[in-house]
Write a protein that binds this ligand. Structure first.
Ligand code: ADP
Ligand code: MG
Length: 240
């Protein structure tokens, strides 16, 4: 579903992605972790071309992203992205946020989009919050609306960039629960997170990044219990 081949990216002189080779299969759940500034966000933002890269190849469901003629609207319609800071429109209700892209991009009629939107809100446990504005929702609820918004586009891939990092501790579980449910439905997911419990429960693979490189990859139990590199061991000891 996702294939990085020798991807390199620079911000000016700063080399932020170094020879990234990575394949993610359909239905696979990959957790990406590593120190701040190691390139995790940049890596997953390349997958829906929120970031360009200068060297290498990247295919998403067969579409070449290094080819600059790629239709980004179509690509992004197939990839849901959930950010640390929710990014909901504050002047729109939960339902309006969720139906915006289905109406504008998928060209659904409003009634059909709203039916779909209510179904997605129900799926994240927010059937009763359709008419609430973001300011009337907790952080955990806002993040679940953001997930419902991604799901409303029937994406092939869901990307999550530290989806629980901005949440109060008591709200982390409700967001992770929704994400766990998605993994059991066969969604292809790349999740930047330091939530070890989530990784151990559902990740097929953990990828450790440091200084722009993929340093280590393994199943979550091997990675957390017996990391192969000093850098990974040091990182794990800090998040424990
Ligand atoms: P992470 O998500 O692992 O914390 P990032 O992918 O955000 O790391 O950042 C990787 C490196 O790229 C960092 O050194 C960061 O400062 C730098 N960086 C990120 N975004 C930009 C940008 N828009 N312009 C310049 N440098 C950036
Ligand atoms: Mg980041």
């Amino acid at each position: 579903m996702i294939q990085f081949k020798g991807v390199n990216k620079w911000f000016g002189k700063l080399h932020v992605l170094k020879d990234i080779d990575l394949n993610v299969a359909a239905g696979e759940v990959v957790v990406i972790c590593g120190p701040s500034g190691s390139g995790k966000s940049t890596l997953i933002r390349c997958i829906n071309r929120l970031e360009k890269f200068q060297k290498g190849e990247l295919f998403v469901d067969g579409t070449p992203l290094h080819d600059h003629s790629t239709n980004l609207t179509k690509l992004r319609a197939e990839i849901g992205f959930v950010f640390q800071q929710f990014h909901l429109y504050p002047h729109m209700t939960a339902l309006q946020n969720v139906v915006l892209a289905p109406i504008n991009v998928r060209k659904l009629k409003r009634a059909a989009a709203e039916e779909l939107g209510r179904e997605k809100l129900a799926r994240v446990g927010l059937a009763d919050k359709a008419d609430s504005y973001p300011s009337q929702l907790s952080g955990g609820q806002q993040q679940r609306v953001a997930i419902a918004r991604g799901l409303a586009m029937a994406p092939k891939i869901m990307l999550f960039d530290e989806p629980t990092s901005a949440l109060d501790p008591e709200m982390i579980g409700e967001v992770l629960d929704v994400m766990v449910k998605l993994t059991s439905e066969g969604m292809t997911m790349c999740v930047v997170t330091h939530e070890m419990g989530f990784a151990r429960q559902v990740a097929h693979r953990v990828i450790f990044m440091d200084d722009g490189s993929l340093v280590e990859t393994g199943n979550p139990h091997d990675f957390f219990d017996s990391p192969q590199t000093d850098r990974a061991a040091q990182f794990i000891s800090k998040i424990l």
